[in-house]
Ligand binder design. Structure first.
Ligand code: Z5A
Length: 213
């Protein structure tokens, strides 16, 4: 088994099943005897979770898109450097609910921030670090919304309309097409059993690959 852990992120529009699949992926890694942590963005450390609360709280004051972008990367800098990288360097696998692909999709596609500006911050905060694998759970926006919105109160992002989430889905899909070696697009509109089977299959494959490296 290679010493460096793998960095795997889960992405997709609202309610596609990321939390559900993180739990499934955790069970799979446990069965395979892989040491791992589960974390999320924005968040993952006490300070980054405090920034998450700032970002998600519905508020009357309009939020400038650059303020939102900088807060996402402020949380990410703290999370990446104090939690994710130490884990990977210690040989642990990191399963992360969202990462910088979400910034390109939400702040880029959703809010309209040019992707070059996002890329500048990505390089500043991450240097060369990128996820080893991105699992994009892809389903029609309405499917995810219908699954998620039984939960009650909506956060600041969930209050956006269908077109906002459609633009986000489009950016995710474009990024997956542009970098097929890093992205695995999983059809998340299928039954829970089918989606879980697909995600577990990918993890098993990556564990096998890392063992022969
Ligand atoms: N954000 C951003 O703007 N920029 C960034 O850089 C980052 C984030 C990192 C918080 O994200 C917000 O931050 C997010 C983007 C923004 N806002 N939005 N929207 P989050 O990940 O915490 O929140 P979320 O996207 O709203 O996730 P979610 O609603 O919790 O959904 P999920 O984790 O993908 O889904 P789930 O909880 O696993 O499943 C939803 C329900 O569907 C649940 O009842 C399941 O049992 C059910 N489910 C799951 N899979 C299936 C299948 N296959 N069939 C049927 N039912 C299913």
């Amino acid at each position: 088994m290679s010493m460096r852990g793998q960095f795997i992120t889960f992405e997709g529009t609202e309610g596609v099943g990321k939390s559900t699949q993180l739990a499934n992926a955790s069970r799979t890694l446990e069965e395979l005897g892989v040491d791992y942590i589960v974390t999320r963005e924005p968040g993952g450390t006490p300070m980054a979770e405090a920034i998450r609360e700032l970002l998600l709280a519905p508020r009357d004051e309009p939020v400038n898109e650059i303020t939102e972008l900088l807060l996402m990367f402020a949380a990410r800098a703290q999370h990446l450097h104090t939690r994710i990288l130490p884990a990977i360097n210690a040989g642990q696998w990191v399963l992360c609910d969202r990462f910088t692909d979400a910034t390109f999709a939400y702040q880029g596609g959703g809010r309209g921030v040019p992707k070059e500006r996002i890329a500048l911050l990505e390089n500043l905060v991450q240097g060369e670090v990128r996820p080893d694998h991105v699992i994009l759970l892809d389903a029609p926006v309405a499917t995810g919304m219908a699954r998620a919105r039984d939960r009650g109160e909506l956060d600041r992002f969930e209050q956006e309309d269908l077109e906002f989430f459609q633009r986000i889905r489009d950016v995710y899909r474009e990024r997956a097409i542009a970098q097929p070696s890093r992205y695995q697009v999983v059809n998340a509109a299928r039954s829970l059993e089918e989606v879980s089977g697909a995600v577990s299959g990918l993890l098993s494959e990556w564990v096998t690959q890392s063992a022969v490296r």
